[in-house]
Design a protein around this ligand. Structure first.
Ligand code: DGT
Length: 243
């Protein structure tokens, strides 16, 4: 199990089908080791979401290779891949139904305890138990209207209840305050040991304590390293840091 949750990008380039011109990703190489947290940062349109979408094979690479657990993803059944990983997309998608049903979505056999544990890590448990119906509260039409940040936390709980090997958060804490975001990350470190985590973020504070950070600029990897090293060596990172 030494490679569980490992991700390798090897000279990966990618263009969306039928699109002419500059590729969306150009010659990207990096490794994310099992249990590591990898941050991805870069201006809007730099290719962050496209990059993570290649891992569960929402799209396939145009050139190069992506390996998950050492195996070329093109040789892996996408169904198996998506079992192993949870992606929280930028836009949360809750449906009309109870909170419990929403968190369980994708793992219908999860016990109430597992749902609660996931909600605790995602920092959703506390606000849920403060609502009159708790986990039985209805989401959506006629139900409780959660704030943007609360919906993001429910989406993260949904991702965690599946107990993935790889968790990908695509700007999923953008509406969550910095203190709560820090609590989520702390809970993940404490309870989800061995989980490989990829965090796309707009703000540096969201990724600065990651094991390493990939800096994207117009589809190119222009820096990789810790916050400290990038702050000294990567111009694009410095610009984001100062903005
Ligand atoms: P964000 O979310 O605004 O911070 O931007 P990123 O960094 O996540 O960038 P991404 O990967 O969404 O977009 C990179 C480029 O790819 C950008 O020029 C828009 C284009 N693109 C994104 N999604 C699609 C798609 O589904 N189809 C096509 N044809 N192009 C797309």
């Amino acid at each position: 199990d030494g490679v569980k949750g490992r991700i390798d990008f090897e000279r990966v380039s990618f263009s969306y089908e039928g699109e002419q011109g500059e590729p969306v990703l150009k010659n990207i190489t990096f490794t994310c080791l099992p249990g590591e947290t990898l941050g991805i940062i870069g201006s809007t349109g730099s290719g962050k979401s496209s990059l993570v979408g290649l891992i569960p094979r929402f799209y396939d690479v145009t050139e190069g290779t992506i390996r998950v657990n050492g195996v070329d993803v093109r040789k892996i059944d996408p169904k198996w891949l998506r079992e192993k990983m949870s992606i929280v997309p930028q836009k949360t998608t809750l449906f009309t139904g109870t909170v419990m049903e929403n968190i369980r979505w994708g793992k219908e056999d999860a016990t109430c305890e597992e749902v609660e544990q996931a909600a605790k890590m995602a920092q959703a448990h506390d606000f849920l138990v403060r609502t009159p119906d708790g986990y039985e509260a209805r989401v959506g039409q006629g139900g409780i209207n959660f704030s943007g940040g609360q919906k993001q936390r429910l989406s993260i709980a949904r991702a965690l209840v599946r107990q993935p090997e790889i968790l990908i958060l695509d700007d999923s804490t953008s509406a969550v305050d910095v203190a709560t975001e820090a609590k989520i990350k702390e809970a993940l470190r404490e309870y989800a040991q061995g989980l490989t985590c990829i965090l796309i973020a707009q703000r540096i504070t969201s990724v600065m304590d990651a094991d390493k950070i990939v800096v994207l600029d117009h589809g190119e990897l222009v820096g990789i390293g810790t916050h400290e090293s990038l702050r000294e060596t990567c111009r694009v990172y410095q610009e984001i840091f100062q903005s």
